[in-house]
Design a protein around this ligand. Structure first.
Ligand SMILES: *Cc1c(COP(=O)(O)O)cnc(C)c1O
Length: 460
């Protein structure tokens, strides 16, 4: 028999209370947070879809591992367990633990970056871009054209545009390209997967030009599931073997364990190049911690080692991707402009289409994020001109390519009825569209402004 109900392949052993607030209360909370959902307190939120990062529910096995955590300063058994888990998966010889993904990025990109250097990626994630630009280097996004068409189906919208990649190599010179980074899945490009064929082609181009090829592998398990479903020749392979094959194509990876390691904190950098690993390890010890813990406690490393195994369980991945698809499908049938097909960890709404009367300069994505909170207590994240907009010399906004709002689904946290509630909130938002106004930024920092910027509502 085929069932339509998505059965969560786990049962709940411990619960966390959600406070149900009223719209009037939320109106005050939002004003106090300067219309930036990042500035809300978590207790003010009913369904928190801000991020899937570090928000996973851990398994009883992981919690058991936490009790076993070896907190020795050097050579802890928990580190050996994490190192073995990472090496078995990636096959990279040099593994550096870090407190999260961006610390791994910082170690690597400040070593190989700097003024005059160029990085090319399918899409740089925000912390990736910030670390690269902070080093003085330039980050160029090079997504395949399919990835920029929100509502047309393509199985691998996360691909890197290899035609453009060759052009860029010609323009900047291979020696000036610090790395090509393939982000799987492509978080800022909609959580869309990259195909093995694309990874292979990128790898070949990099090899023949002597350019370093790095995987931003945070969601490689989810990416592997898409490859198995959609790419010819992979339907009989395990997701773990698919991921291993992808790792084999690159020279190393950065990894946030807060995503596909089902942990609440942690990350790592893994490399093939000994010389580079030694350089990064020196900075690791200065800035993060000794090389066998890198800012993590022993119990965190246990949770990561176990999470890296669990995330490749096929029933977990099936449930994971199906439940994201379920929300996207439901919204799409209601007439919400959804990035199609659904990403692995999140549903992305095309806010430019949803609020077609709000210009990018007035941040339609921010408007949608604020409405979702106000009407339903749902917290989510703008991925558009607030996150990626730049200013020209006259101080005018250069908008991002897309104005998206991301509903990120924490792993193993919410049930199908929570997700049904989210869809219901959208019904109200659809009816109310014309009455919603855009926003103006009243203060912002120079880097990663979406975290702390303050806004003012226009048109009141
Ligand atoms: C989350 C993320 C990072 C950064 O990892 P943190 O653990 O949040 O520092 C880098 N790249 C991608 C694609 C991510 O999703």
């Amino acid at each position: 028999m085929n069932f339509n109900t998505i059965i969560e392949p786990f049962r709940i052993k411990s619960v966390e209370r959600i406070l149900l607030t009223t719209e009037a209360e939320r109106r005050d909370f939002l004003r106090e947070a300067h219309f930036n959902p990042f500035l809300l307190r978590s207790g003010q939120v009913i369904i928190d879809l801000l991020t899937d990062s570090g928000t996973s529910a851990m398994s009883s096995e992981q919690w058991a591992g936490m009790m076993r955590g070896d907190e020795s300063y050097a050579g802890a058994s928990s580190w050996q367990r994490m190192e073995t888990a990472v090496r078995d998966l990636t096959d990279y010889p040099y593994i550096l633990p870090t407190h999260q993904g961006r610390a791994a990025e910082h170690l690597l990109y400040t070593r190989i970056g700097g003024p005059g250097k160029v990085f090319i990626s399918n899409t740089h994630f925000d912390t990736t871009r910030a670390n690269i630009e902070f080093s003085g280097a330039t980050a160029i996004d090079c997504p395949a054209p399919e990835g920029l068409q929100p509502e047309t189906y393509h199985p691998f919208k996360g691909n890197l545009d290899t035609v453009k990649l060759r052009e860029y190599i010609g323009r900047y010179g291979a020696a000036n390209i610090a790395a090509v980074i393939l982000t799987v899945t492509n978080n800022s490009g909609g959580g869309q997967p990259a195909s093995m064929a694309n990874a292979r082609e990128v790898s070949e181009i990099c090899k023949s030009n002597g350019i370093r090829f790095i995987l931003d592998a945070c969601r490689i398990a989810e990416n592997a599931w898409f490859i198995r479903q959609r790419e010819p020749g992979f339907d009989k392979k395990s997701c773990r073997d698919i991921a291993k094959e992808m790792f084999s194509l690159a020279d190393g990876c950065v990894f946030s364990a807060k995503k596909d390691a089902l942990a609440n904190i942690g990350g790592f950098l893994a490399l093939r190049d000994l010389e580079l690993a030694i350089q990064c390890r020196t900075v690791l010890i200065i800035t993060e911690g000794y090389s066998t813990y890198g800012g993590l406690s022993g119990r965190d490393m246990e949770a990561i080692a176990i999470g890296l195994e669990e995330v490749f369980q096929e029933d977990y991945l099936e449930y994971r991707i199906k439940s994201t698809e379920y929300l996207a499908d439901k919204l799409r049938r209601m007439g919400v402009p959804v990035l199609w097909p659904a990403g692995g960890h999140a549903v992305y709404i095309d806010a430019k289409a949803f609020y077609s009367h709000i210009r990018p300069e007035e941040y339609p994505g921010q408007a949608l994020a604020c409405e979702l909170y106000l009407k339903g207590g749902i917290r989510c994240c703008e991925i558009g001109s607030v996150m990626f907009g730049k200013y020209d010399e006259a101080g005018r906004l250069i908008p991002a390519a897309m104005e998206l709002v991301r509903l990120a689904i924490p792993r193993r946290v919410y049930t199908q009825s929570h997700i049904d509630y989210v869809a219901e909130v959208f019904t109200g938002l659809l009816d109310d569209r014309a009455r919603v106004h855009g926003f103006r930024i009243v203060s912002e920092p120079p880097f990663l402004r979406h975290f702390t910027a303050r806004f003012e509502r226009l048109g009141n």
